[in-house]
Design a protein around this ligand. Structure first.
Ligand code: HEC
Length: 130
């Protein structure tokens, strides 16, 4: 009986540990910088360019050739809006899957926190195509 109880305790500890590990994987490594409320954010001039940044280029893969959102300027908005709940970045699949915040595969880099913060603020403010 005692053995069973300790087996149960040890198994639950292992499961508990793994769930923490998973949480850490999707947590951002550092707190996001604040984007001042009066700072305007434009999709075409602030957000879209993030996706083709030198050295952290999403469009190397997200280029319309594979079954993942085409993030090239001009196509990006139409392709990501389906993954976005306007006004709720945390609840948006697009936000939850950014490199650095739970991207489905390791792409060899994480996004800059400043860029993640900008995307988050843009979604939280209604994800306009502006
Ligand atoms: C090395 C190639 C590669 C790079 C670079 C890359 N991605 Fe991805 N991304 C993928 C692939 C492949 C998938 C689809 C994986 C799957 O669904 O199993 C994906 C999925 C995603 C998804 C989830 C889409 C969905 O339908 O839920 C998002 C969001 C995303 N990527 C954003 C980005 C952003 C933003 C960048 C750049 C900062 C980026 N990715 C860079 C290959 C890449």
């Amino acid at each position: 009986m005692k053995k069973r109880i300790s087996f149960f305790l040890i198994s639950s500890l292992i499961v508990f540990n793994f769930s923490c590990y998973y949480d850490q994987e999707i947590d951002l490594s550092q707190p996001l910088p604040d984007i001042p409320v009066d700072q305007p954010i434009s999709f075409s001039s602030d957000i879209a360019p993030i996706f083709s940044k030198t050295g952290k280029d999403c469009t190397a893969c997200h280029n319309g050739n594979v079954a993942n959102p085409d993030l090239r300027a001009g196509n990006a908005y139409t392709n990501i809006i389906a993954l976005i709940v306007a006004g709720d970045a945390e609840g948006s699949e697009f936000y939850q899957r950014l490199p650095g915040n739970g991207h489905p595969l390791d792409v060899g880099f994480v996004m800059d926190n400043a860029d993640i913060a900008l995307i988050k603020a843009w979604i939280d403010r209604g994800a306009e195509n502006n």
